[in-house]
Design a protein around this ligand. Structure first.
Ligand SMILES: [Zn+2]
Length: 416
């Protein structure tokens, strides 16, 4: 049964427009001159180029030049929808249809058909017939798994059919596009469909967390530092300067120490621990640490350049950043450990702390049975956690940014 609505299809085209559009400083669609080697003619608007779509490109360029930007925007969405309607009738789920539309916009209907065929394991002749449809129906029973297969085959097609390699200047942009489209496709998943890659989240009625999604996609997918930070949902809620448990002693961290809160009360989440750390009891007991992680947020209570009191030993406190992972009874544990692993990897990457040797248990310093959850069952959880930290760490990348050349009369260097 086809359940994709017109409104969803318009939204899909609008998302693709978002990937393709070049915009002016006011965010309006712009006409973009193509370099000679592009092969798409002399100009394009939103990926719609003069050579292959002369009438449409002309119409959009005329609207933009006469200042009718909103009309151009609507037209561009309509064109993208029409160009990618060739995939209608292949998939029966919105998420898969979106991914195929995006693929078709980049690689044409035939390329999209071949990528689909490779993903569902039938001969890739570029013609979607009875066999392809039958295989697709079966694969669509697990749409999120199929989406990941399509993402992998998009890459495989580029390598093996188009003959493009990772050394190509376009490669990074392509990888980024495939991954962004995958994340967008997942937003079209029905809640029940999301179950096949995160049973717990679905059982609890929660949506998939972004970090879980990240863990689920290809192990080779790079993670830019800024995207990691957005996914962490880091809230800075520092212990006030002058409080007894924020001594302000300088820290140059060479390790990260992992703890479990040992507080299973309902609501004992990251925000609650951050609040606790600012109060009288934490000062009296002389405890403080840098980060508390739950299934939704990371709360930061101390700067990473100041020591905390979380190791039970001076040596640890003076060399290590402390991360507490929550254990409240209403916690989605998988989501919390995913987030804690990403936080650990992200800190290690930025502060040049070695992975995995620089990731410690509280027990390594003082002998206390902490992190108790990860240590249970002969360190069963710890082994998995360290694997995840190592995986995330290997995938982190610096933020993509151009080199700039500041003007000679540097107005940023005020003498005042
Ligand atoms: Zn501890």
């Amino acid at each position: 049964m086809v359940v994709v609505t017109i409104e969803q299809r318009r939204k899909m085209a609008a998302i693709i427009l978002g990937y393709e559009a070049r915009r002016d400083a006011s965010g309006r669609l712009a006409v973009y001159s193509l370099p000679a080697e592009d092969g798409g003619g002399t100009y394009e608007v939103a990926g719609i180029n003069e050579r292959y779509h002369p009438m449409e490109a002309q119409e959009l360029a005329d609207l933009i030049r006469s200042g009718r930007h909103q009309e151009a925007e609507d037209k561009a969405i309509a064109f993208i929808k029409t160009f990618t309607d060739s995939v209608v009738g292949w998939a029966e789920t919105a998420s898969v249809e979106f991914y195929l539309r995006d693929t078709a916009f980049n690689r044409g209907p035939r390329g999209a058909a071949r990528i689909l065929q490779r993903a569902v394991g039938v001969e890739d002749d570029g013609v979607v017939g009875k066999d392809t449809r039958a295989a697709l129906r079966t694969a669509e029973r697990e749409p999120s798994k199929l989406l990941r297969a399509l993402r992998e085959e998009r890459e495989g097609y580029e390598r093996n059919v188009v003959g493009r390699s990772e050394t190509s200047v376009f490669w990074k942009g392509l990888v980024n596009r495939w991954n962004k489209a995958l994340a967008a496709a997942e937003t079209f998943l029905e809640p029940a469909d999301a179950a096949d890659h995160n049973e717990k989240a679905s059982a609890g009625g929660h949506g998939l967390t972004e970090v879980a999604r990240l863990a689920a996609v290809s192990a080779t997918m790079p993670i830019p530092l800024d995207e990691a930070q957005v996914m962490l949902k880091l809230v800075q809620d520092y212990v006030p300067i002058g409080n007894h448990n924020r001594p302000g002693t300088k820290l140059t961290a060479t390790s990260i120490t992992i703890h479990n809160t040992d507080n299973t009360s309902k609501g004992a989440n990251a925000a609650a621990h951050a609040k606790y750390m600012k109060g009288a009891d934490a000062q009296k007991r002389q405890v403080s640490w840098h980060f508390t992680v739950d299934d939704e947020f990371v709360f930061q209570s101390l700067p990473t350049t100041e020591i905390g009191w979380h190791c039970g030993k001076d040596e640890g406190n003076h060399t290590s950043i402390g991360i507490e992972i929550c254990m409240n009874s209403d916690l989605n544990a998988d989501a919390a450990y995913d987030r804690a692993a990403l936080l650990t990897a992200w800190l290690a990457y930025r502060l040049k702390i070695q992975v995995p040797v620089g990731v410690m248990q509280h027990r390594d310093w003082s002998g206390k049975d902490c992190p108790s959850v990860l240590r249970a069952d002969n360190n069963k959880g710890w082994i998995k956690f360290i694997g995840q930290v190592t995986d995330f760490h290997s995938r982190l990348r610096p933020v993509e940014s151009p080199d700039i050349d500041p003007p000679a009369d540097d107005h940023h260097h005020s003498s005042a």
